[in-house]
Design a protein around this ligand. Sequence first.
Ligand code: FES
Length: 56
Amino acid sequence: MILCVCNALREADVRAAVRSGATCPMTAYKALGSKPKCGTCVPAARTIVNQERAVA
Ligand code: FES
């Protein structure tokens, strides 16, 4: 599923970035070579980051 339309980031990409050490949407996007643009996806990205960190 596409999480961030502006950067064409998939939910799976963001989850993988968190498993590799990202601790928030900003660091996850940075690890993927992107940064938030419109910001629409950030709340959903934060939820995904929190979910992934909860199971780590
Ligand atoms: S949808 Fe992610 S920055 Fe726009």
